[in-house]
Design a protein. Sequence first.
Length: 342
Amino acid sequence: MNIVILGIDLGKNLCSVVGIDETGAVVLRRRMRHQTVVQFAAGLPRCVMAMEACCGAHYLGRILQTQGHEVRLMSPEYVRPYVKAQKNDDRDAEAIAEAASRPTMRFVELKSQDQLDLQTLHRVRSRLVNARKTLINQMRAILLERGHVIAKGPRQFDRALNELLADANLDISGRMRTLIIEMREEWQDLDRRIETLNAEFKEHVREHESARRLVTIPGIGVLNATALTAAIGDGSAFGRGRDLAAWLGLVPRQVTTGGRPKLLGITKRGNKYLRMLFIHGARAALPSLARSATPLGQWLRGLLTRAHRNVVTVALAAKLARIAWASLRRGAIFEPVYGTVA
């Protein structure tokens, strides 16, 4: 069999494998376990190993890459149009192989184990933050049902909770008091776990030069820098900074027909977590940057006169993404020009 591209549809236990030759004809259809795929690929001459960028793809891709094969990972949304007729695992594997043969296909960069580890820490932290938010909202609802309205914000809630629990005449049953104390201990445990992860991210920034360069950019902190390097590495997968901004979903969505362009809201494609970090960072940096006597500050002041502040925030987030890409690719540190406008 002269296999040029091997399409692999990954499953939890079994993988569907389809091999195509140089003419695009299917010469192999088989189902294998993960280890069997590795053994089968070891006996093949160098070819393209195509997979969807899903759970387990980067691990298997690194193994196949060490065997001398070329690994191509693709977003599942780009593979879907190539699925013919009824959808099944064999059809998916065939579609993966066909999509990988297209010269205009966009591929996902293979991540290292360190990148995956750092990305996993971010996902765990995000889950803990959401769990803490849910817990606080539930505690607030319990107190509201008993006539205690507390101002928004975790700090205000913590102070008010101290005062309520210290009140011996609090009109709350003993069982509810005990429950709130237990929930508060759970809250404190979540705080400790989140702070531990934050300390790990800070240590990573201190040890890695690329992350240290990123944190010199206004609006990019430890979380942004570590999450970005975990997702894109050195940024070599993008040809220019605007490609990174588009990948983050920070560019306008186009609806163009008949030669009449129409731009709508941002596309919101790509990594939702990274986009959220960049927008929050831009929102925090916008006031100081808009006052600075720099080209960036002048650009922001012009935008603020003709666009809503939220639109300017997203535009600044896209700009910061482009600056971050330039910092990663060129090894440069962001050097702001200090000054204020009267």
